[in-house]
Design a protein around this ligand. Structure first.
Ligand SMILES: Nc1ncnc2c1ncn2[C@@H]1O[C@H](COP(=O)(O)OP(=O)(O)O)[C@@H](O)[C@H]1O
Ligand SMILES: [Mg+2]
Length: 244
């Protein structure tokens, strides 16, 4: 648990709608400083909606969000990003018609450790492919590019939506390694995953989302001791073959 860490994010009783569909039905969660927290749940549970709500893209109708000791509940996404929040959306959303290099010049970079040079050091593959169009990259390279773009904001808090989706296991390992590296450098991470086994292997704590509600939460270690617990509650994927 995060008793020794101070909280950077506290979301309380979030209710989010798409039109009349009541999707998030009272989601509450916290992220501590330097913590890697995962939100698990099967397809359609509301994981993406949770991240979109936290990022201000699909604002909650009820509930509050505190980030870095500020009430950001009704803030627009660009203002939340400026506080130092990186967001890697589902499906990567890189610019296919732009080169790797131009994709990396898009964000309004905040000053800090992460610059084009340090990014290319971290991802040599991106450096090699700097003149290639985004659309011509492999799935793994596109995910690295999406993460690299978020890192250029020098975020204090990084949210990732299913970064493992559609990637070969060996590439997934690389992506997860990068995410742990971010956490080890002091960036708090909120990781959305359908593959519970994969996420629990790297996370400090986990929440399980089912039909728009948090139905379970504990340390990742406690979940790993009883895999049936996650499976039963969320129907989340627990496929060890897809991980190591
Ligand atoms: N733009 C949208 N309009 C209407 N319903 C949506 C929209 N996006 C998602 N939903 C619905 O909200 C629920 C939660 O979706 P989502 O947050 O994407 O789940 P997850 O990321 O866990 O798969 C699903 O039932 C989905 O069909
Ligand atoms: Mg999703």
């Amino acid at each position: 648990m995060s008793q020794t860490n101070s909280e950077i994010l506290r979301a309380e009783d979030l209710h989010t709608y798409y039109g009349k569909s009541h999707i998030l039905q009272g989601v509450s969660l916290t992220v501590g400083e330097g913590e890697l927290v995962t939100v698990l749940g099967r397809n359609g549970a509301g994981k993406t909606t949770t991240l979109r709500t936290l990022m201000g893209l699909t604002p909650a109708r009820h509930g509050t969000i505190n980030l870095f000791d500020r009430d950001i509940t009704r803030w627009p996404p660009h203002k939340i990003a400026k506080l130092g929040v990186g967001y890697v959306p589902e499906g990567r959303k890189i610019f296919g018609h732009l080169t790797v290099h131009d994709n990396l010049r898009v964000p309004a970079a905040r000053p800090g450790t992460w610059t084009l040079n340090t990014i290319y050091d971290l991802f040599p593959r991106l450096a090699e492919r700097r003149s290639s169009k985004g659309a011509n990259l492999s799935g793994g390279e596109q995910e690295m590019l999406a993460i690299a773009r978020a890192l250029l904001l020098n975020p204090k808090f990084l949210m990732l939506d299913e970064p493992s989706q559609g990637l070969a296991p060996v590439i997934v390992d690389e992506v997860m390694h990068t995410i742990r590296q971010m956490r080890d450098e002091g960036i708090a991470v909120l990781l959305i995953e359908q593959n519970a086994w994969l996420a629990l292997g790297s996370a400090d704590r986990a929440y399980v989302l089912g039909d728009g509600r948090i139905v379970d939460s504990d340390s990742a270690a406690a979940f790993l001791e009883n895999k049936e617990r996650v499976k039963a509650l969320a129907g989340a994927s627990l496929d060890p073959a897809g991980t190591q």
